[in-house]
Design a protein around this ligand. Sequence first.
Ligand code: ADP
Ligand code: MG
Length: 665
Amino acid sequence: MKQTQAVGIDLGTTYSCIAWLNEHGHPVTIPNQEGELATPSVVFFDDHEPIVGTEALRNAIARPERVVQNAKRHMGDSDKFWRIGANRYNPVQISGLILRKLIAAAQDQIGEINEAVVTVPAQFSDAQRHATVTAGHSAGLEKVEIINEPVAAALCHVLGNEGLAFTELAIDQQLLVYDLGGGTLDLAIVSYSSDQVRVVASDGDLELGGLDWTQVLVDIAADRFLDDFKEDPRQDPHSHQFLALEAEQAKRSLSVRPRAAVTVQHEGNRRTYQIEQEEFEHLGRALLKRSNVITRRILADNGFGWAHVDVVLTTGGSSRMPMVRESLKKLSGRTLNSSLSPDQSIAHGAAYYSGMLLANQEYTRTIFDSQASSRLAHIQQQSVNARGLGILIRDTQTGDRVPHYLIPPNTALPASHTHVFGTVVDQQTKVHIRIVESGAGPGKPHTILGDCLITDLPSNLPEGSEVEVMISYDAQARVHVSARELKSGRSAETEIIRQENMAGQLQQEVDDVTHAAPPAKKVEAPQPAKAASQRKVETPPPTSSTSPKTTLSDEWAAVSARLSELSKFADSVDQAEQPVLLCNSCGTALGPKGKCSACDAAPKKRKRPTGVKRKSVQRTSASKPGAAGTAPAKRKRKKTAKTEAAGKSTNKQRSSEDDFWDLVD
Ligand code: ADP
Ligand code: MG
């Protein structure tokens, strides 16, 4: 009989953690070989082998050009590489090495591990999820399941945590999960009712986390040093890295003390500066405002007021900062629930989910006692998609290709939607359906996931011939698309033809890099891409990137640039000094007299008592076509024909053959 364990891994931007469920169904964190419960997500390439964790972090000062940090911020970016000596490494390879380290230590303690649940931010795109799975395979896992981080936190809460496993919750609850880690802010509204954990909505920021607060301290100390010595320590990778580690320590001290020391050393000069908590909080307010905007957004976008939230559940290491807690308290007007371990709850939640997945299998009773296995078998979880899913269609007014989202964000999974589009020109013999996913937040550009092609259509089809497109997310948020020309019946379907064949392309490189890492067990090849011919040909990075100045400095420069962007943004947003009252009908911030401008302007939405299932957010998969983007609502074909006619002249001005593969709504 196959022996397996319920294992969950929190693959964090700055720290990673692995846990398993013991036979009683209790989550237990497994320490790494150095005895630490959390492992820094840092890789140091010494001359012989990759080293992961605290030792790697220590080397970041002496040999910054050989250290990679914060790889998760680049997950899914196929153009991102770190050049170390003669080799180059991408985010999947780096993540694979971190996972390998965690798994190796865990195997020493609990035996062979073939499968695991790995956590991802709720806002991760399809490509980023896929990259995470590939990293898991490269670390020797045969099967990798994914769970959204706030969902893991919610599971940890409802199933009990830290020694209180399987604590039953007395009442049905709506939770707001607030997870502020090192690199990301993840939010989710989660509804818990008798054995079901259901995500109502998720939101977040993939570029807001503890790193940004650390950068505030780096900038304070570096600016003072610059004043004193006319030299900027941020210009030198060694000095910069030393300062970043100092700032990280000081940041933690400032969570419990009114001031902390930061030492700067650069070009033979050394000085220690005292930084007051007040100054830190003042300069960090732009970051808090960003967090507040996203927190309000998740409620407003889903028609929630604070009265609908029973528990504000905090987790993630950065939720320890008093300024974060105070700000969230003011915003919500309520006490925060801090019962979760900020460092371990995500891994524990992933271990619970792993146990839930195993619970219905025949060998479950060899892993868990009967009480644990029956409890795990009862609990269900349902998630939502974070990104809208649709296709590019021709805007008949402008001639541009624009996204038409068929499945909006926060639709319960699995979900599918069918819509009929029209061909653009007479005698169109091919249809090129380009599948897109909305960006990570408002204003962020959409990304192209892949293509679905229908070829060899009959040559006599008139313009506006109907093509039915069916697009779906399965329960694991994998994308499926099919399309059919209704007259001829010609059809095509795909599970996404990737633009970047991440799995196949990266696997070889992952195998190359891990040659010196602890021996991997059998590695299952990830799913081959369906259209290798569409792989993007990579151009190697310029050789100048071997310069020591390119790695960590670039990382911190990016954080710094983002910070100044946020400071500008902060000036345009009000600080929440008081609890922000939100309309309990639509979630919009109430005006000074407690009136809701949105509800006064529009017909009132139906009120909903706390804890009661919300029809408006429990959309069926087909309930809100086009809601996520610029897409027009479904129109009758007659009207479409008219608008197509209007756009015809635009079409004719275009010469590319590809123009005649399009669809219009
Ligand atoms: P991730 O999973 O994104 O790596 P974690 O949830 O592990 O993030 O949290 C790590 C972040 O929490 C780091 O930025 C770290 O500096 C911050 N952190 C941890 N402890 C504290 C503390 N006591 N005060 C302030 N920040 C902290
Ligand atoms: Mg985390």
